[in-house]
Design a protein around this ligand. Structure first.
Ligand code: GLP
Length: 240
């Protein structure tokens, strides 16, 4: 595995992630890129919005794929599709025709998850997968217990993940089930970039990169990624 670790403070943190995406789009203007939600990537998305406002051309052919969403998302006022549209997609001019949305309707969800996997492969696979790191070591919604063979599927959220997600919303919504790309799906990306900020993630980042590989810390499977870039601020990198 090739690991490239950047330890940088804002505003360089967001710019470093944006530079990685820019390099990918320069080599492949219609690259298929997967974007996470959460608080972590927000400075990166703000940086992309600023760059797109100055010059939208590099983003014109970008294709995006979603990492995860809540089960039944379309009917919910709180969902990751709207989050990404608000924080990123509108700002970079990405319309739904260039987005592979993760399925979330409970009816026929298993078939829809297989169809999503097939569509992802048919589009050539993910070129660059950005990820956040959950406080319990999750990636996407692959909570502890998920192994390297998992593919896109419905999951029950661990209590701590449900709690952390409830904090995103001011309307009292507490998610319990979600749909996520599996760890096997994530690891199939040609390149992965793990985004980490803040002291609360320091111990988990050390375990993810240097601890034993296993389902107890799903992010530890990233040690098996063909090409991994980590962009961490000083606080998150404190225990490396
Ligand atoms: C959420 C999302 C993940 C995200 C993670 C970290 O539960 N499912 O995709 O990366 O938690 O969130 P945050 O960046 O807000 O700490």
């Amino acid at each position: 595995m090739a690991v490239n670790i950047h330890i940088v403070e804002e505003p360089r943190w967001g710019a470093t992630a944006a530079d990685l995406l820019a390099g990918c789009l320069k080599a492949k203007p219609d690259a298929l890129v997967s974007f996470p939600t959460g608080h972590t990537p927000l400075p990166f998305y703000a940086e992309l919005a600023g760059r797109a406002a100055a010059d939208a051309a590099p983003f014109r052919r970008l294709r995006a794929v979603m990492l995860d969403d809540y089960l039944g998302a379309t009917a919910l006022p709180s969902n990751f599709y709207r989050w990404l549209r608000r924080e990123l997609f509108d700002a970079i001019g990405l319309d739904d025709s260039r987005l592979l949305r993760i399925p979330s309707e409970p009816d026929g969800i298993e078939q829809a998850c297989s169809d999503f996997e097939r569509a992802l492969a048919a589009q050539g696979g993910c070129d660059l997968q950005f990820l956040g790191l959950g406080g319990n070591g999750h990636i996407g919604f692959n909570d502890p217990g998920a192994d390297a063979a998992t593919r896109t599927r419905v999951v029950e959220l661990a209590p701590e993940t449900a709690r952390a997600n409830a904090e995103y919303w001011t309307n009292g919504y507490v998610p319990t089930r979600a749909v996520t790309q599996g760890i096997g799906t994530i690891l199939a990306a040609k390149r992965i970039c793990l985004l980490v900020r803040g002291p609360a993630k320091a111990d988990m980042l050390r375990r993810a990169l240097h601890g034993p590989i296993g389902a107890e810390v799903p992010a530890s499977f990233l040690q098996q990624a063909p090409e991994l870039t980590v962009i961490a601020d000083l606080a998150a990198a404190a225990r490396l």
